[in-house]
Structure formats: C-alpha cells, structure tokens
Design a protein. Structure first.
Length: 364
C-alpha cells in the first residue's frame, strides 16, 4: 500500500543539504540595497574586475558604445573595449582627474559604460538624473566603491558590479554582478562574434544561465569569504540599513571637509562638492612650495608623507593611486570609524610639516 503521509521537508540530499527549520526564500530578500525583485544577482570570480569584464565581453557589440572615464579604472575599461574587443563604433568621453565627463553628451541610443565612483580620482556622478529612463542602450555601471555608500537609482541601471572588499570591507577575490531584465534580454538576443572564456559565459545554448543567479558559482568561492560577506550585511542591517551606512560615510567625509577648510596647504582633488566622493576621498597638496616642485619631486614628497604615516602606524596605504596626481587617498566608507579619522588628522599636520621642512632644506 502506498503510504498516506509524506515528510513535511523531503530534503534528504547530502549536498546541498536541507535548510534549517523555518527557512524560506523570504530571508534572502535584498532589503539592504533595494534591488528590484526582477533583477538577477550573482556571485562571480575575480572581484569587480571580473564582473565588469563579464558584462563587457558578453553584452557589448550590439550597439555603439559610449565609454565615460575620469580615472584609471574607467580608462582601463576603455582600453578593453577599444583595444581588446576592438569595437570601432565607440566614443570615449573623458575628463581629467578631479573632474567629470560631460554627462549631457551621452547618447542613450548607445550602450553606456561608466564608473559611479572614481576610486582613484575621488569623483562620483552627482545623481542618476542624467540617465535616460527611456534609454535604448544599456547602462553598465561599475559601482564598486559606491554601492552601500551612495544612493543608486536601480531602475535606471541595467548592469551593476561591485566587489565584496570595498564598502562593506569583505574579503577580496569575489565580485557581484547584477542584471536588469533588459540586460538578460540582450544576453539572449545577442551572440558576440568573439570567443568567450568559460569564466565570462553568461549563457548556455543561447539561453540565460539562471543557475549563476540562483546560488551556483562559476568557480568555488571560499566559504570563509562568504560568511564574512554575510557578517558584513548583518552588521549593515543592525545599524539601520542602507541609509545608516550612507550616513556614516557622509559623516566621515565631513571630518575631512572640516579639516581641509581650516588649512591652506591641502585641498580636494574633486573641487566640486556635488561630484566629490564620500568613500575614496582624494586630497592634493596645494601649498605654493609643493606646486612649484617638478612632477617627480611632487610625487616623492607625497610618497614621503604617506610613508611617514605608515611608519608611525597612524595611517596605512593613504598614498594616491599610482596613475593619479600626487597626494593622499583616504577611505571614508561606512566601515571606518569617525573617531579614527579624527585621530588621523593631527598626524596629517605632522607629516606635512616634516616633508615641508625636508624639501625646504633641500631647496636652500
């Protein structure tokens, strides 16, 4: 006789194993960021770089492309599209460090690739108003030092990428790739003419690879890193969610803004507050003696200042990015305590005084 009763949870696989009692998909709701329910979220290898490359190699080529760049990573995406993918119908809209490209010049019949926050230039886009709601192309956004610290208009973004190691302070090596329904449609309607490495493939047999966005991974992430990322998300929720994380980052920026306003020797690389990053804050030395130095001597003086701070264990890795103008770059994301930034400030004055005296002596 066939039994009449069945297990309430007939999940007896040895891997993946049964979920804890009471588990439902509701616990996975993306409440912290507010990502729309019909967007796909996947874990991918190779940090933010891997996520961006997957998007560029899998999605581009169907339309002309506008590449926006105002810092080194955006410039790297231009190189990939122009020199590696060799897409001829491409425009590069550029701006120097500390400024932003002409957002009004973007053609939304094109696919558009941009960084929301210039990690190496301290420049962010001011808002999402410039992104067309009725765009024909895809908005492809490298948001690695913006997500969890800035308010992203998800409905206007078709591809968003970031890495665990940035704003939430997670372990490196893993990236997140978010796709809108429009991006998924592109994947299923467009087959790039170039070969795709296994790590970049988001389709199989012409169909969207749903498994990647339901928990499967292309390679095997460290479970320690996964737990660390979950811990960061729980911490963010315990603070009050996205708004609280953004507020912490903005308060940290405020500490440096007050410091800069009170001193004539230092300024922001991004002079326009509307486009100034509240995470990767880039500072430059504006004292006359410094600006009068040759470029190589400016770089040496700024490096000396960063080295002094590291030697004194007052601030680690605060030098500007290697491709950026000489200066300092101080992370002000939500995981940084405001009190630690306040404790750093006297050391900035001290280190500046040291390099000023040293280079004054050399000039004499």
């Amino acid at each position: 006789m066939k039994p009449n009763m069945r297990p309430a949870r007939p999940d007896f696989s040895s891997g993946p194993c049964a979920k804890r009692p009471g588990w439902t998909p509701e616990v996975l709701k993306r409440a912290l960021l507010g990502i729309p329910a019909d967007y796909r979220v996947g874990i991918v290898p190779a940090s933010d770089t891997g996520a961006v490359e997957m998007a560029l190699w899998s999605l581009l080529g169907a339309r002309p492309v506008d590449m926006l760049t105002w810092e080194s990573f955006g410039e790297g995406w231009v190189t990939d599209v122009v020199k590696q993918l060799k897409l001829r119908d491409t425009r590069a809209l550029k701006a120097p460090y500390g400024r932003i490209a002409d957002l009004a010049a973007v053609d939304w019949t094109h696919d558009v690739v941009f960084t929301w926050n210039g990690t190496t230039s301290g420049v962010k886009v001011p808002n999402g108003d410039w992104i067309a709601a009725d765009r024909e192309g895809l908005a492809i956004c490298d948001a690695t030092s913006a997500v969890f610290a800035m308010d992203l208009p998800w409905a206007k973004l078709d591809v968003v990428t970031w890495s665990w190691q940035k704003v939430m302070g997670g372990e490196g090596a893993h990236g997140v790739l978010v796709l809108s329904p429009r991006a998924v449609k592109r994947l299923e309607s467009w087959s790039p003419p170039w070969p795709l490495p296994k790590l970049f493939r988001l389709t199989s047999g012409g169909k969207f690879s749903e498994a990647i966005f339901k928990g499967d991974t292309i390679n095997t992430p460290s479970l320690l890193c996964v737990e660390d990322a979950i811990d960061g998300l729980r911490w963010g929720e315990s603070l009050g969610g996205l708004k609280a994380l953004m507020a912490r980052s903005e308060a940290n920026l405020g500490v440096l803004e007050k410091f800069v306003a009170e001193r004539p020797w230092i300024g922001f690389l991004a002079g326009d507050k509307a486009i100034r990053s509240n995470t990767s804050v880039c500072l430059n030395i504006v004292a006359p003696w410094f600006t009068a130095l040759a470029a190589d001597k400016q770089a040496a003086a700024a490096k000396k200042m960063a080295d002094l701070l590291e030697t004194e264990k007052a601030g680690y890795d605060v030098g500007s990015y290697r491709d950026a103008p000489p200066g300092l770059r101080i992370w002000c994301g939500a995981t940084v305590e405001k009190s630690d930034l306040e404790a750093l400030l006297p050391w900035l004055d001290w280190a500046y005084g040291e390099i000023e005296r040293e280079f004054d002596a050399k000039a004499a």
